[in-house]
Write a protein of this length. Structure first.
Length: 103
């Protein structure tokens, strides 16, 4: 019932790929700051270059670390060559950032 009410009263924005769920996300077991950053990135409202802001109408979307492609959530966490060492801290089975991902 709760999920139906949410869908009617506060529908998920079209840009947000993660529908409401009553089960906590696995990353909620991380520290508060890290979990908050993951929520921001999933909502495309973070510091990443590919997440535009209201005050920068023509942003450079290129990843400032590697300069090879847009700095999206997927790129920053899973594919950026400059963050290879950071990925050593992720669980080894993280290969996706979808709603069912183990992140």
């Amino acid at each position: 019932m709760l999920l139906k009410d949410w869908a009617i009263d506060a529908p998920t924005p079209p840009y947000y790929d993660y529908p409401p769920n009553l089960t906590p996300h696995p990353f909620m077991g991380l520290r508060k700051f890290v979990a908050g950053r993951i929520h921001q990135m999933r909502a495309a409202q973070s510091y990443l270059a590919a997440h535009p802001s209201w005050f920068d109408q023509d942003p450079d979307l290129t990843c400032p670390r590697c300069g090879t492609e847009p700095e999206t959530f997927q790129h920053a966490i899973l594919t950026c060559p400059a963050r290879t060492k950071d990925r050593d801290h992720l669980p080894k089975d993280v290969s996706s950032l979808g709603q069912d991902a183990t992140l």
